[in-house]
Design a protein. Structure first.
Length: 150
């Protein structure tokens, strides 16, 4: 199931099942609306609080769907503190595979629950931003927001 919401960063599609969020991404189809639920409403409320600098942690149940490697990466991303950044190499080392920097980058690229699973906090080892599914400008804005409010 899913619901589409207008937010401060554009139209977001919130995907969910009976008890957890399974996806957050930009809505690609302007006409689809989906069906809102208490869980999707709570998720958007917490996202808006985050965008306003009033929320640093999410308490939304999530369900990660992907390969075992991807889930290890995404679970490691959940440990990155608000306002901090780490490199792809740092994540590769933490999951016990120090040479998997590119694979970590691909796992980030395929992160289904953007913002809540904070792949925007992962940067290149040379401190450059690298890619972001929602665009580099938004990644820059999110990191600046977190830096200002930490």
């Amino acid at each position: 199931m899913f619901a589409v919401y207008n937010t401060k960063i554009g139209k977001l599609k919130i995907e969910y099942d009976n008890d957890a969020i399974t996806g957050i991404a930009y809505a690609k189809n302007e006409k689809e609306q989906g069906i809102r639920s208490e869980l999707s409403d709570k998720t958007v409320l917490q996202l808006e609080e985050y965008f306003d600098g009033r929320r640093k942690e999410f308490d939304i149940p999530i369900k990660l769907r992907g390969t075992e490697f991807q889930k290890r990466v995404w679970n490691e991303l959940l440990k990155i503190p608000y306002g901090k950044t780490v490199s792809y190499k740092d994540i590769a080392i933490k999951i016990g595979n120090p040479k998997a920097c590119r694979a970590v980058g691909m796992a980030n690229h395929n992160n289904p629950i953007l913002i809540i699973v904070p792949c925007h906090r992962v940067i290149n080892e040379n401190k450059k931003l690298g890619g972001y599914a929602l665009g580099l400008e938004l990644k820059r804005r999110l990191l600046e927001l977190e830096k200002e409010n930490s």
